[in-house]
Ligand binder design. Sequence first.
Ligand code: NAD
Ligand code: IPM
Ligand code: MN
Length: 355
Amino acid sequence: MSAKRIAVLPGDGIGREVIPQALRVMEAVGALVQFTEFDWGADRYLADGVTVPPDGFAMLDREFDAIFVGAFGDPRVVTNVHAKEILLGMRFKMDLYANVRPVRLLDSSLCPMKGIEPKDIDFVVLRENTEGVYTDAGGVFKQGTEDEIAIQEDINTYKGVARIIRYAFEYAERNPRLDGGPRKSVLLSDKSNAMTHAGGLWQRVFQEISRGYPQIAPKHMYVDALCMQIVRDPRQFDVIVTNNMFGDIITDLAAGLQGGLGMAASGNIHPGRTSMFEPVHGSAPPIAGKNVANPFGAILTAAMMLRHLGLSVEAGRIEAAVLEAVRQKKTTQDIGGPLGTREAGEWVVARVQRI
Ligand code: NAD
Ligand code: IPM
Ligand code: MN
């Protein structure tokens, strides 16, 4: 087998601290991978005005098997234009329509809820990643006056909704729970009681597609109620499918159950095409450059990427090493340990070589 070619975009802020740790771990576990790093991000944009070089996305698609990303966002770029063009650019222009965000609890000490154990939290949020209110459709009129009008359109297409819902049912069929049991339900979350046009489309398509998967129970919950239920009883969830914005919000909430944003992994996937993997967290400017950011979200994201590329053995070893680090409190301070970013990464590097 030839080495998997991985484009690495550390980006801004803590992305530049956590990504190097994840790269070291992938090397230490002996994964057959080859990294090519790109400097896309705030520094580059501020230096030469370039966010994505010409042909950038086509080049990523053509020359790489996967893309590994840190985070984008820098207080010096107030418009956030570089993050929009690079991060949302990859999601939209490479058509990475399924944002897969698993929610897992490695150790009960990480969960702020009492009485919750790892077996109680094992669900996934599948977020539509190419439409919704993120398309930038809309505009402003009479800006800067008291008559200003700002319109942000919510775009929902039949094809876009259908493919993420189908992905959710396929995911439920193909990805058993961590305990080996089958996934039994797909839950659609929306706000169809208020946003009736978009909600109506999602509801109809969900019913239509669910009929093709009689062994999987179709469920529904309004997104406000879902947020309440996630913190009341996360045991009930299996596969959640939702739109772009609700998925963004739900996955930060769910990260809170896992030990915070420093623990959450994600993939931006178009089956069969070059896909992109990134921790759920952002660039966290206030803690950047201090060697305090938790690298485990990035390291678990690396494992997710390796599994996607067929390197499941290496992925499993990385996950086992992170689990052991959490159990032994060889972690950064956000989840209760005494280590810095580099030291926590170093511990996992040493551990994967012994598993
Ligand atoms: P954030 O995820 O950067 O931080 C939210 C909170 O979580 C902060 O308290 C931060 O200190 C903490 N946190 C995040 N990651 C952590 C880690 N690995 N270890 C320890 N603590 C961690 O979100 P924000 O503050 O809303 O946004 C900061 C910038 O990042 C903004 O520019 C935003 O647009 C951007 N952002 C980018 C992405 C991305 O590129 N995927 C995702 C989210 C936010
Ligand atoms: C995420 C982030 C992005 C999003 C931002 C940076 C645009 O919050 O990946 O969750 O909203 O999708
Ligand atoms: Mn987010």
